[in-house]
Design a protein around this ligand. Structure first.
Ligand code: PRE
Length: 301
């Protein structure tokens, strides 16, 4: 039976996302995001479910860095999860001295902690559920977790629905080795990483290639190329699917300018369709390409 490796242990938001992706696969928890990606690269799982961005804290850098290097993986699906937290404590605790969680989770409850547990020290754990395991083991007094962790670990709920920013969301990807792409749906997203040259205007040129084709950017993140201070890779998400003429045309233009790694074309979780200007409509790209071909064939002028 095929397997989805997810950023665990049991009780993370990533597990919840993996359940939404699963169609009968076994869900396999692994300790870190790089380990989830390695599980797929080494054939221990067919796909990996990891967080990629959060509406409050931004990119999940371990995922971005893990996708930029190593054998290629592509996103085949995404889900968006609403994120609010449950604070779990050991049943016997009287004073909460330490609160642990994933750095992204701690950042999303900073104000709540200042107001409700001002004297507690915050401690970084590898994930929200790893923090709950640490509370069970007596390492910390409290953990900021996904609501699902309350059903998994023998801990007491100290607070629920904790979130500094209402309506926070995290986007998760299902990643597989390159293979057949998901069919275009009309509401898709394409992800790439581009190594723009370190010279005047090179990023602007890449973005212009998208703008000229009326392709709306949905995310732009820069990550340093390790060991090469001042050199960056740019992670771009934009509307559309590589199967579309205008998106393929834009990707070819980007590829002419710099090294590009394709990270997938997959249906958007929110189902949002791009707003197309008439001159950039898919059908115009297709008919213009046909016209060039006809001119080349000597059939038209
Ligand atoms: O999946 C989990 O529970 C995590 O620990 C990761 C993570 C993240 O990286 O953003 C997932 C969702 C929440 O935004 C907080 C933490």
């Amino acid at each position: 039976m095929s397997r989805i490796a997810y950023f665990g242990p049991v009780g993370t938001f990533s597990e919840q996302a993996a359940r939404m992706f699963a169609q009968g696969e076994n869900l396999v928890p692994v300790e870190t995001i790089p380990a989830a990606l390695s599980a797929v690269r080494e054939g221990e799982a067919e796909s990996a479910c990891v967080p990629v961005e959060n509406s409050v804290e931004g990119p999940v850098t371990a995922t971005l860095d893990g996708l930029a290097e190593g054998s290629p993986l592509v996103a085949v699906a995404e889900v968006l999860l609403p994120v609010h937290f449950t604070v779990l404590v050991r049943p016997d605790v009287d004073t909460i001295r330490t609160v642990a969680s994933h750095p992204h989770a701690l950042a999303q409850v900073r104000h709540w902690l200042e107001r409700n547990l001002p004297d507690a020290e915050t401690v970084v754990a590898s994930s929200t559920a790893a923090a709950a395991v640490g509370v069970c083991d007596g390492e910390y007094d409290a953990a900021v977790t996904a609501p699902a962790a309350a059903e998994t670990y023998p801990l007491k709920v100290f607070a629920e629905g904790v979130a500094d920013v209402p309506d926070a969301r995290t986007r998760f990807l299902l990643l597989s080795p390159p293979g057949s792409l998901p069919e275009p749906t009309g509401a898709d997203r394409t992800s790439i990483v581009a190594a723009a040259a370190n010279r005047t205007g090179s990023l602007a040129e890449l973005l212009t290639e998208l703008a000229l084709r009326d392709i709306n950017l949905t995310r732009l993140d820069a990550r340093p190329v390790k060991g090469n201070f001042g050199v960056y890779r740019f992670f771009l998400d934009f509307e559309g699917h590589i199967a579309e003429e205008r998106v393929g045309d834009a990707l070819a233009a980007l590829r002419r300018r710099c090294e590009v790694r394709f990270l997938g074309s997959y249906p958007r979780a929110d189902g949002a369709r791009p707003v197309e200007r008439d001159t950039a409509a898919e059908e115009r790209f297709v008919s213009a390409a046909r016209w060039v071909q006809a001119v080349r064939n000597g059939e038209l002028a």
